[in-house]
Design a protein around this ligand. Structure first.
Ligand code: SF4
Length: 162
C-alpha cells in the first residue's frame, strides 16, 4: 500500500480522519487554513525551495548545507506532534533507501523552527503505525470518533458530532 506523509500525519492526529481521507472524502479545499498553507508554500518555493517527489513521499524541500536536511513547512504549530511524525516518516523512508538526514520543521508565520531526529524508538513506533495505517485504510468502516482538541476545526466534524 502506498502510504504518504500526509497519511502518517493524519494517523497521529486522528485515525478516523485518516480513514475519511483515505476514501477521498476531503473537504480541505474549502478550508481557509489549507489555502493559507498553500500560499506560504508557494511563497517559499518561489524564493528558494523546491518540492521533491520520491515515489510515495513529497518533501517540501531538501537542504545540503551542513549535512542533508529535510525541510517541512507548516502554517502553524497547532498539529506539532503529528507534523513531527510526518517528518520522521520522511527520515525513515530515506534511511531505508540508505540516505541519512535530519529534519527541520519550520513555521514561517510564527518565526519558529525545530530540528527533528529519528531515533531507534521512533523507528519502532513508525513501523507499528505503518501496519496500523494499512489496517485502518483497509477497513470497510471508519474507527469510532474520539473527542480531540482538533475536532473543533476538523473538516469532518459533521460526520462525527452531529
Ligand atoms: S471531528 Fe474529531 S473525531 Fe472526527 S475526524 Fe475530526 S478529529 Fe477525528
Amino acid at each position: 500500500m502506498r502510504i504518504t506523509g500526509l497519511m502518517v500525519q493524519y494517523y497521529f492526529t486522528c485515525k478516523r480522519e485518516l480513514w475519511f481521507f483515505s476514501r477521498g472524502i476531503n473537504f480541505d479545499f474549502e478550508n481557509e487554513d489549507m489555502l493559507i498553507g498553500k500560499i506560504i508554500h508557494e511563497e517559499y518555493y518561489d524564493r528558494e525551495w523546491k518540492e521533491i517527489l520520491l515515489e510515495d513521499i513529497k518533501i517540501d524541500a531538501l537542504s545540503t548545507k551542513k549535512g542533508l536536511k529535510v525541510i517541512e513547512i507548516k502554517k502553524s504549530s497547532k498539529l506539532e506532534e503529528p507534523a513531527k511524525w510526518q517528518l520522521k516518516y520522511y527520515l525513515y523512508y530515506l534511511r531505508k533507501a540508505g540516505v541519512e538526514a535530519v529534519g527541520v520543521i519550520t513555521y514561517p508565520k510564527e518565526g519558529k523552527r525545530e530540528v527533528v531526529k529519528l531515533t531507534e524508538e521512533d523507528i519502532k513506533t513508525l513501523e507499528d503505525a505503518l501496519k496500523d495505517i494499512e489496517k485502518i485504510v483497509s477497513s470497510p468502516t471508519p474507527p469510532r470518533p474520539e473527542k480531540k482538541p482538533y475536532c473543533k476545526k476538523c473538516s469532518y466534524r459533521d460526520f462525527c458530532w452531529v
